[in-house]
Design a protein around this ligand. Structure first.
Ligand code: DGJ
Length: 543
């Protein structure tokens, strides 16, 4: 009898988990293929060529209506759009999805995808997007203090009521998307926005101090011990300085300083965000990520938005927030490579949700997608009239064309390049070839050659067969050299090509001035294009 009952119970559990899985299944997922991760929409890989709206643009249906055509013309395939908690839940438990529905409809009509940004408990450190009924109830929704012990409009990450309210609202949002977005317009979600503690590295309150003076939670210590060999070096060094303690207070384990304050705060921010993420995924399982404001050089914790998903805190975020799929950098500094390298650790997939919309941005898209195999890219304030619009439109046009090739993973090597007056060349090995990429302005005939500032150049090279390459981008000179010194490499043919839905069409055969009489592949500064290159090799010495 008991056996029968047990069987029925097991069947019920299995059945309900299948139903549950079906319920929250979105069709969007991240999959690691050939060593790195891609976004799949209903089993088709998708490269995000995105743009993020300015903060307030999505608060008015009429305001936004005018932008859809423009965004489509810019060759975006995805728009990153804020969801404002204050407008979505103006009264507790009363949800208004009007704005959200209109955005999903507007995007869908223009064949654009949406990544929603949940402006929940925190937006750029502050809690400005929380509903007023929360802001005005500091007793229920605890706030942090500044150094003068004055209350700030920043919620504490330790308040259960705040967490529960955020979870409930976010779950309602995700449920609504699941129920209404049959066309699968919404493809990912960012949870919160640039979480970061200010103007101290951690919260100070009776609750925070108690937790801070207690032992480091076992869950974190277990994770660190298990992953000891793979921690990011700067974090591991900090733990090592205290002798890799495993059962002690925060200060004894990591040192008594503000860097430890930040680690402590990161743990609680990440735990909070993980719970919000899980609440949302339980309703609708879209890939979800968090973003970080990158600190300026030389600033200490507390002087920059601290404890967010920053590179030196990756281990903490990954330990506390396994439900989060990616930790993402927002770029408002020129140090693209430096920060991308740091985010490209610990199996973190690179996705850049915000990059300053300036004249360098299109070239950077090529570098980040090509070099880091990023899942996507998105300049900020994309709807604004901007001097960079033209180059982004052209750059995205090229990326849109080669996306199917990139997505197919049917290439042997791919790399991306970013060059300017300070970085005039770089090189990489692809199969048997050493590939050198120079800025086009290194050529004496380039119109900008003698200028003090050069237009930023960027490109992607894909090796599609042993002796065949696609070169795409702007402002590049590319030279191929056989690593076997007994061989000399030359260009067999270089064709200007376009792709339409992955189908290649050949335009001009490029020779003469266009490939420097057979010496190298070139795309001039200010031009954007794709070339299909075939090489041949002959003996270096003919006896
Ligand atoms: C980063 C934030 O994430 C954006 O929402 C925006 O505030 C920009 N900074 C700056 O305008």
């Amino acid at each position: 009898m008991n056996k029968k009952r047990d069987c029925i119970t097991i069947l019920l559990i299995v059945f309900s988990s299948i139903v549950f899985a079906q319920n929250n299944f979105s069709g969007m997922h991240l999959k690691n293929t050939s060593g790195y991760t891609q976004l799949f929409i209903n089993n088709a890989p998708f490269l995000v060529l995105g743009g993020e709206l300015g903060n307030s643009s999505a608060s008015s249906i009429d305001y936004l209506r005018a932008d859809w055509d423009h965004l489509k013309e810019m060759n975006l395939n995805t728009v990153l759009v804020p969801v404002y908690w204050e407008l979505m839940e103006p009264e507790e438990n009363k949800f208004d999805f009007t704005l959200i529905d209109s955005i999903v409809t507007g995007a869908g009509k223009h064949d654009l995808k949406i990544i929603f940004l949940w402006f929940g408990s925190w937006k750029n450190s502050m809690s400005c997007y929380a509903p007023l009924w929360m802001k005005t109830n500091a007793k229920r929704f605890a706030r942090t203090n500044d150094t003068a012990r004055r209350s700030q409009e920043i919620f504490s990450a330790l308040a259960t009521a705040t967490l529960e309210a955020d979870k409930k609202a976010f779950a309602a949002l995700m449920k609504h998307i699941r129920q209404t977005d049959a066309a699968k317009t919404v493809i990912m979600v960012q949870v919160e926005n640039e979480i970061g503690m200010l103007p101290t590295a951690r919260e100070f309150s009776a609750t925070a101090d108690k937790l801070f003076n207690a032992k480091v939670p076992a869950a974190l210590m277990n994770y660190l011990q298990k992953n000891k060999d793979n921690l990011v070096p700067e974090f591991k060094a900090k733990w090592a300085q205290q002798g890799f303690k495993t059962n002690d207070t925060w200060s004894n384990t990591f040192g008594a300083d503000i860097f430890t304050d930040e680690i402590f705060q990161a743990w609680y921010y990440a735990k909070f965000t993980n719970e919000v993420t899980l609440a949302g995924k339980n309703e609708y399982d879209l890939p979800m990520f968090v973003n970080a404001a990158l600190p300026r050089p030389g600033k200490l914790p507390g002087q920059y938005p601290s404890a967010g998903p920053l590179p030196h805190l990756m281990d903490i975020w990954q330990a506390a927030a396994p439900a989060i799929d990616m930790l993402s950098p927002d770029f408002y500094n020129p140090d693209t490579k430096y920060w991308c390298d740091l985010y490209n650790r610990n199996n973190n997939t690179l996705f850049v949700p915000e990059m300053q919309f300036d004249k360098t941005v299109a070239a950077k898209a090529f570098f980040i997608i090509g070099h880091y195999k990023a899942l996507g890219f998105s300049p900020f304030s994309i709807e604004s009239e901007n001097i960079a619009t033209q180059s982004l439109t052209k750059g995205y046009n090229v990326l849109k064309q080669i996306s199917p090739v990139i997505n197919s993973r049917q290439w042997q090597y791919m790399d991306g390049f970013l060059l300017d007056k300070q970085h005039i060349n770089t090189s990489t090995q692809m199969g048997k070839y050493q590939v050198t990429v120079l800025h086009y302005n290194t050529k004496s005939w380039a119109s900008e050659a003698k200028d003090s500032v050069w237009t930023t150049a960027g490109g992607i090279i894909l090796q599609t067969a042993e002796d065949e390459f696609l070169v795409a981008g702007t402002g590049l000179v590319v030279q191929f050299e056989n690593t076997d010194k007994n061989k000399v490499t030359n260009i067999a043919a270089s064709d200007e090509v376009t792709f339409n839905n992955g189908v290649l069409a050949t335009s001009r055969r490029l020779n003469g001035d266009e490939d420097h009489q057979g010496r190298n592949i070139m795309i001039a500064t200010g031009r954007w294009g794709i070339q299909k290159v075939k090489l041949y090799n002959s003996p270096a010495k003919i006896e």
